[in-house]
Ligand binder design. Sequence first.
Ligand code: THU
Length: 131
Amino acid sequence: MDYKELAQKAIDAKSKAVATYSNFHVGSAILTKAGKIYQGANIENSSYGLTICAERTAVFTAVLDGEREFEAVAIASDLDGFCSPCGACRQVLLDLCGKDVDIVLVDSKSNLRTYKLQELIPHSFGEENLK
Ligand code: THU
């Protein structure tokens, strides 16, 4: 599918970012398999390590609403290039969305680049290792 609408939702969510310390605003939007979209943005804290990334606010919001099946996660920032998810978010998305979820990166000109999560976190540790 074409992820233009999802990308726009990530761009819109960026305006909700609380980027007090970095001034780096990130928006995210996650698409469920049933077609519903949830948004997220980064929320920073004066105790810096408590900051949460946009991708995690989006996926946690969706999970708290009962969603467990995901198609794609879009990430938008003001970078000229693409903002790729941090290592912590890759791990969280792997556990909650699975390795086949599409990761849709959105640059400041609304260009899209799509990866499978597995490409971004190869040789990963996951639930299959705990059985
Ligand atoms: N950030 C995200 O929200 N998502 C990413 O993919 C990369 C980084 C946030 C965390 C922090 O608030 C700011 O960007 C700078 O690292």
